[in-house]
Ligand binder design. Structure first.
Ligand SMILES: Nc1nc2c(c(=O)[nH]1)N[C@H]1C(S)=C(S)[C@@H](COP(=O)(O)O)O[C@H]1N2
Ligand SMILES: [Mo]
Length: 360
């Protein structure tokens, strides 16, 4: 293993064209000394309804969970992270060594794409907002010095089993080098200041802010620099989608999160005192939300809400006070992102959130 601190202090990493020999290659080997067992079976814990997600930071107990094949139970003393593949300096870190490296915190929304078995035409609001602590992936990769031909980082989770009748001996995802080297991407060991528990992916997981949860590999054990995309089921069979609006049937990976929003208050079906009604909620997008508008009774008269600008990758609070006459009303919220993408009104996983309530 190279001298970690010395390598970390290096301002730039040189690409060395020398051929490298990998010490070990644990790829596609479900047997790993630290793996005690994988509890078999799909597990999904739904999030609370939007009107119960009132806090800026979502407590771990209110954050949804998605597990495809089963949760990996890991011996923390035997756990190792291997950084290898097309790199000049492959190395391995223990948990103690990882935690001794300079750490970073990032607050980010965390959103599940939804079932990869269904077309993304119905709304999905599996989302929360949490603070992660860990080491920047870019720092770990810089120490290994990826070779020029590497263009993806393949990341492996220690869970294995079957999902939708497809067997896998690892949960493997990939990130293009351009995203892997962004400051926000962490090899994380804490959520909201607490160690990651088993179902959260402990002891260590990847966190890819701005991208769908599926890319944030839990029970992380391997980061490999490779040429090309991973051939595993979670990057080929699952988690690719038709480019919305493209007629030619072009596909794209499930990567960056599209703009979305949800109304936290008023909650559906309540009776509130008018005529002034305060509407507020959360909005998020991989590229940040620039604008949120609220519509009353589907009349298309979109009223701008105030939106808190984004600092990191957190969800953004929006708020507007409407003057509403007595009676039943339907409101919708629509977010537009910094790159000019807008939430669709219908027929898509990130379609606008619409709800009805009564004013007296
Ligand atoms: N190893 C592994 N990582 C995984 C998964 C998994 O099944 N196995 N599920 C992914 C999906 S689809 C999502 S949305 C997030 C969910 O993270 P959470 O359960 O901590 O909310 O983890 C991702 N990382
Ligand atoms: Mo997900």
């Amino acid at each position: 293993m190279p001298d970690l601190q010395k390598l970390l202090d290096k301002k730039q990493h040189k690409h060395q064209l020398q051929a490298t020999m990998e010490k070990t290659s644990p790829d596609n080997n479900p047997k790993h000394p630290s793996l005690i067992k994988t509890t078999p079976g799909f597990h999904f814990r739904p999030p609370p309804p939007p009107h119960n997600l009132t806090t800026f930071i979502t407590p771990d107990t209110s954050l949804f969970q998605t597990i495809h094949m089963g949760a990996a139970i890991i011996d923390h003393n035997l756990w190792r992270l291997e950084i290898h593949g097309l790199v000049s300096h492959p190395y391995t870190l223990s948990l103690t060594e990882l935690k001794a490296l300079p750490s970073t915190k990032i607050t980010a929304f965390h959103e599940c794409y939804g079932s990869p078995l269904k077309p993304p035409t119905e709304f999905v609001r599996r989302v929360g907002n949490v603070t992660w602590t860990g080491v920047q992936l870019a720092k770990l990769l810089a120490m290994a010095e990826p070779l020029p031909e590497a263009d993806f980082i393949w990341s492996d989770g220690l869970d294995s089993g079957t999902f939708a009748s497809v067997e896998a001996d690892r949960y493997q995802k990939d990130l293009p080098l351009s995203k892997a080297f962004q400051d926000e991407v962490l090899v994380a060991y804490e959520i909201n200041g607490q160690p990651l528990d088993v179902r959260r992916g402990g002891p260590v997981r990847l966190v890819v802010p701005g991208w769908f949860g599926t890319n944030s590999v839990k029970w992380l054990c391997s980061l490999a620099a490779r040429k090309g995309r991973s051939p595993g089921p979670f990057t080929t069979t699952f988690y690719n989608e038709l480019v919305p609006g493209d007629e030619s049937g072009k596909m794209r990976p499930v990567w960056e999160v599209e703009p979305s929003s949800m109304i936290v208050s008023p909650e559906p079906d309540v009776v509130v005192r008018g005529p002034e009604v305060r509407v507020w909620g959360w909005a998020w997008s991989g590229d940040g939300v620039e604008r949120v508008e609220v519509d009353v009774d589907e009349a298309g008269g979109w009223v701008p809400a105030s939106v808190i600008p984004r600092k990191e990758f957190e969800w953004q609070r929006f708020e507007v006070t409407l003057r509403l006459p007595e009676g039943q009303h339907t409101i919708s919220a629509r977010a537009s992102s910094c790159q000019g993408h807008q939430q669709p009104l219908r027929g898509r996983r990130n379609q606008v959130h619409r709800l009805a309530f009564q004013v007296f």
